[in-house]
Design a protein around this ligand. Structure first.
Ligand code: ATP
Length: 256
């Protein structure tokens, strides 16, 4: 369905790696301005591939979009480089956090501003903002990122993306490998940021419980297909769907 106010439109996207491995068959979703949109699905469903497609990072993995289109704020993402997309405000935080381990937390954060020719004063301002959202990073700012905890590294990766001044933050599985309390804390802070600044967020998560608690809307992918989308509130109520797609045993089909 076309959504005129959408900041990001993913329309019936098919994508393949190495020309033959079809990872996405038919994925559609809309991220409206100012919303948190959760992309949910089991392991291997196609969440990371969708986010890489959105950020035009598939070619780096010998992948490409083979059908459909992705439009960010009026721009066809396949016609822009990932760096150009960052400058347009589409900033990804990929799975695995990817901090530079030997750089300090603060140096990692500053790398987020490098692509946009920021002045020192602007960087300072950006750092203060990140430290206001994640006070823990201020305490750890002189520590090599590689010596900080998993939660602190995730906050550093998000903070670095914030230094790039996103309009759409694209996050891949921020909960991965983190304790439930740390995950809640990160989502709460993202929610506050979303509410105070109107920052739009597209977040892929296998942890549907936490994602649906903080998201406005959600899309569910299974085996490279969009199978469900709606408000997080409506999806929270669908225990059957939750059970089916996100863990536990896959229910056996009812006998005919
Ligand atoms: P996960 O939570 O495990 O990251 P996901 O929902 O993000 O799962 P994807 O990583 O997008 O799923 O994977 C979708 C499909 O594409 C899988 O079958 C996977 O094996 C395949 N795939 C992913 N990356 C590549 C790659 N670089 N080359 C070939 N196939 C890939």
């Amino acid at each position: 369905m076309t959504e005129p106010t959408a900041l990001l439109r993913v329309e019936r996207v098919e994508a393949a790696y190495q020309g033959t491995i079809v990872a996405l068959h038919d994925v559609s979703l809309n991220v409206r301005r100012g919303e948190i949109h959760a992309l949910l699905g089991a392991n291997g469903a196609g969440k990371s591939t969708t986010l890489k497609a959105v950020s035009n990072l598939l070619p780096a993995e010998r992948g490409r979009i083979t059908a459909g289109r992705i439009v960010f704020d009026g721009h066809d993402v396949t016609r822009a480089t990932p760096a150009q997309l960052v400058r347009l405000g589409l900033v990804p935080v990929l799975e695995g956090r990817h901090c530079f381990p030997s750089l300090t937390v603060e140096e990692n954060l500053v790398t987020g501003a490098l692509g946009r020719d920021a002045r020192r004063a602007e960087i300072e301002q950006g750092l203060e903002k990140v430290y206001a959202i994640f006070p823990r990073l201020k305490e750890r700012r002189r520590s090599p990122a590689g010596l900080t905890s998993g939660g602190e590294q995730q906050m550093t990766a998000i903070g670095r993306a914030l230094l790039a001044r996103p309009r759409l933050l694209v996050l891949d599985e921020p909960s991965m490998g983190l304790a439930p309390k740390v995950v809640q804390d990160i989502f709460q802070r993202l929610r506050r940021l979303n509410q105070s600044e109107g920052l739009s967020i597209l977040v892929a998560e296998q942890n549907s419980t936490v994602a649906l608690r903080y998201a406005d809307n959600a899309t569910v992918v299974e085996a490279g297909h969009t199978v469900l989308s709606g408000t997080a509130h409506a999806l929270r109520g669908r225990e059957d769907i939750r059970h089916f797609y996100f863990g536990g045993e896959v229910a056996a089909p009812a006998a005919a």
